[in-house]
Structure formats: C-alpha cells, structure tokens
Design a binder for this molecule. Structure first.
Ligand code: PLP
Length: 369
C-alpha cells in the first residue's frame, strides 16, 4: 500500500457537492472579481481568526509583501526573519527594497527565538516577522514585548499556522498586519493560489485595500503605484466552504500527530516535535529529525511512502541571496535543521492504519541498520 505525502481525496470527496455548488453560484453570478463572495469570506475569516479585519489577496507571499509595504518599509530598512523559514518570508522583505536579517530559531520548537531577535536588532530594524513554522505558534508575548519596547512593527507569517494559539490567542491576531496563505496544501487551502491579511487596524485596512487594487480607492482614480493582488470570487467562495471544516480537520491532524508521537517515541535517534507549554500546534507538517535523514528518506521512498524536506537549503545559503554575503556556518541551527529534518505524511482523514504503515517502516529502517 502506497502512502503519499499529501492526499486531498478524503476532504475533496466530502466537500465535492458543496464546492461544485459554490462554483455554480459564482459562474451564474457573472461577477468574478471583488464581489460578494470575497466580502463574505473576508468577514468569515476575520471572525474565525478573532480579528476585526481580513483583506483577501492573491497569495501568501503577496500578503506578506503588501503588509510590509503598507507599513512603509522600504530601502535602507532591515526586517528580522527566521533563518530556517521558507524563502517567501525573506522574498517579501526583498520586494520592498528592505534587507532581510536572519535570526536563529529555538532548536527545540524550531520557531524564531526572542533572544536571537534582540541580538539581530540594529538602528535600521523596522519590523519582525515571526513564522509559525510547521503550525506551531511562536512565543508571541515575548516578541510583542520586544516590538513594543523598540517601536518595531510585527508582521506574522501565518502561512502554516491557521488556528494555532499562544496563551489561547490566535496566530495572525498579534501583529500589526499579518499574512496568511491559502495555497492548496496549507491547512486552509483554496483550489489555486490565494491569501489574506489579518489585522485590527482600520487605517491600515484602507492602505492595503488601495495597494491590492491598482492603488485605487475610486475606480480610475489612482493615488499611488499599486498592484493587482486581489483574491478572486471563485477562490473566496471555495474558501468559505472549506473554512467550516478547518477546525475539525485540525483536530484530525492533531490526532494523527498523537499517533505518530506514540508510535515513534524511542525509535532510533528520532527527535519528535516539541510543543512549547503556552503554544498550540496545528500540524501543518509533522516533522521528525534524525542524523540518518537522507538514508531514511530513500528507504521510505523505496517502500512507497512519500516525504518532503522543509527546507533543504536555508535562505541565507540560496543563490538568490548570495548578495547578502553569508557563508556556511553563519546560522548553524538553521543549517543543522536543514540537514536532519524530514516531514512525514500528514493530511486530514489519514487513518491510524496508514500512520502505522509509516511508523512500522521507519522502525524497520532503524532495526535493519
Ligand atoms: C506557503 C508559505 C508562504 C507563501 O504562501 P504562497 O501562498 O505560496 O505565496 C509564505 N511563508 C510560509 C512560511 C509558507 O509556508
């Protein structure tokens, strides 16, 4: 029996009729951009995320970029991002003309460490971008305290954290403007590219709405050089359907993580996910670590089990960021994580039997070694 890394079949069978109905509604409405489905989804997501406002945009990267841009960040500024994040966090900074400055994560939670944020701050620092990596909330209280004391902006990268909490409060509700992705594989995924910005600041909402729609508040009146970074009606309608299932699906992910924790505890040199006492984890990804990562991945692949590495090369060692002048050894924690991390199969609807096929194969690898 083959176990893919990700399987949409369970949720798409369940939602098939509702999603097809949404398609038909949008199709028959003859209105495809900036209509009522967008407005409805924005209100629903704001309510879900416990914020005053949600602004739908084209994708997660654009959500992060528009957030920084709306905060006035640009050339000559520095923005602190984790050294072990997906490249999109850093790219959003680069798009504005500012410089991404990397700070190392806590080696247990893999989330950006407040102490290392403080060490990375200079007179040019304008903002901090915590990433709720793999679905675990960052230490938002300490991060907001640092930002407040030094008058820095916070833009949460909530692309992997839908519904996660720190001290009971949801990710995407702490920062000044926060970006979320609805890329199909994310915990809340559209059927194509989509994203949003969440905030409690009404003034910033106006700024972002203007930037996402050609720098225009009134049709054909352009106040600034804006963008076309809108969320279309079809994706908004699909997302309204899928949002209703996000928390039940999240509970399923957490159940699957418990099965993995139980079955993999004490196996080989495997390091299991560690959750901070005040944080919750929505398991966008279930990531284990082992010194034998490459051989284990090959073995699982040979046995029909799909895995991925998040992420094999940290941003500071990417060719795209050669201009920053970093070398191997500059961010040893991120580099160690890149060499040892392995994401194993995880999707809502994955059964205990499927989990056991994965864990028994992993155990067999360590026994045969
Ligand atoms: C997916 C992701 C993004 C980008 O989202 P897109 O919708 O693909 O543009 C940004 N940051 C992180 C951490 C992500 O996982």
């Amino acid at each position: 029996m083959k176990i893919p890394f990700l399987n949409f079949k369970v949720q798409h069978d369940l939602l098939r009729e509702e999603l097809f109905n949404s398609f038909q509604q949008v199709y028959d409405s003859n209105w495809y951009i900036m209509g009522k489905h967008l407005t409805v989804f924005e209100a629903e997501y704001a309510s879900f995320n416990q914020v005053d406002h949600t602004i739908g945009v084209s994708n997660g990267l654009d959500a992060l970029y528009l957030s920084l841009k709306a905060l006035g960040i640009g050339e000559g500024d520095e923005v602190i991002v984790p050294s072990n994040t997906y490249i999109a966090t850093a790219l959003a900074v680069s798009y504005t003309g500012a410089t991404p400055v990397f700070a190392e994560p806590n080696p247990q939670t893999y989330n950006i460490s407040p102490e290392n944020i403080v060490k990375a701050i200079t007179s040019k620092t304008k903002a901090i971008m915590p990433v709720h990596l793999y679905g675990q909330a960052c230490e938002m209280e300490a991060i907001m305290d640092i930002a407040k004391a030094l008058r820095l902006f916070v833009v949460e990268d909530n692309a992997q954290g839908h519904g996660a909490t720190f001290k009971g409060r949801m990710t995407g509700s702490f920062g000044h403007l926060n970006g979320v992705s609805f890329y199909p594989g994310k915990n809340l995924g559209a059927l194509g590219d989509a994203g949003a910005i969440t905030t409690n600041d009404a003034q910033l909402v106006e700024k972002v709405k203007c930037l996402r729609n050609y720098g225009s508040k009134v049709k054909y009146i352009n106040e600034e050089i804006g963008h076309n970074m809108r969320l279309d009606e079809l994706q908004a309608a699909f997302l309204s359907v899928k949002l209703k299932y996000l928390m039940p699906f999240t509970s399923q992910r957490q159940q699957i993580a418990e099965w993995y924790n139980r079955e993999l505890s004490g196996v080989g040199d495997i390091v299991l996910p560690h959750v901070h006492t005040e944080a919750s984890h929505v398991y966008h990804l279930y990531v284990i670590r082992t010194a034998h990562r490459d051989k284990l991945q090959q073995y699982l692949n040979d046995n029909g089990i799909g895995t991925l590495i998040h992420y094999p090369i940290p941003p500071h060692l990417q060719k795209a960021y050669a201009n920053l002048g970093h070398v191997k050894g500059d961010f040893p924690i991120a580099e160690e994580l890149a060499d040892t991390s392995l994401s194993i199969p995880m999707w809502p609807g994955m059964t205990e039997e499927e989990v056991k096929i994965v864990t028994h194969t992993i155990s067999r690898f360590f026994n045969e070694k």
